[in-house]
Design a protein around this ligand. Sequence first.
Ligand code: ZN
Length: 268
Amino acid sequence: MSDLNSTLKLLGITDSNITVSDVRDEIRGHGQGRKKYQVVHAELTYFLERCPSCGMPALRRNGHIRTRIHVNGPTDCPVILELDKQRWRCRNCRSTLTATTPVVKPNHAISTGISEYALKLSKLAIPGKQIASITGISTTSIERIIDDDIKPHPLNYLPVNLCFDEFRSTHSTMSFICIDADTHKRVTVLGDRLSATIKDFFKSHYSSEQRAGVKHICMDMNAAYQNFSHELFPNAEIVIDRFHVIQLIGRAMDQMSMSVIKCRKMAI
Ligand SMILES: [Zn+2]
């Protein structure tokens, strides 16, 4: 490994398809936002035999596309990875594609490592402005990272079997959660459990055909859910899950034993 490539080790980048060719300092920004950055220039390339679109071995290298990615640095100085990503063109179906790396999501300019670090800092109740200054990325980007984490995007398909439940979230409010009953993947999490919010979500995100494809909905004995479930999912069968049935029996038994104890005390 060359001296330049040990730079990747310092940055915590383990992708062996990235080769560093230069490291330099650069002043970026205007006025008060003027800052010194460390710029690491590198190339991302690997061998790709078949075209992912048509499956034919007809790929031809087609230059690079330069991307600038904010990455975690070993010092206070923010680091930018200037990455030349390999491009290919298929001679068979004429589609083009760009090399990918776990360092950054496609079409993103902030590395996954720095996003995770920003989230970690936000969980320590550090203000967004301070996180931006620590990580070297803008406050708007920090807000977007936190927002994406808090408001996860709903699934783009509707599973056939769903589970509904609620949980106590911030400020003691109750939030609604819907998951895929088979894979346990989250479909959505909503800020409240009001029927109007839930109905609005399913109607605006999924077509009536998609909703008609839902076969089972597993839920507790919340009457409100049962009322709108038939309207939203006309072919779905409602299943009361065992956990909530057992929980209800447990509570009823506790209440019964308490009232028996009280009666005995009064008799004495
Ligand atoms: Zn092709």
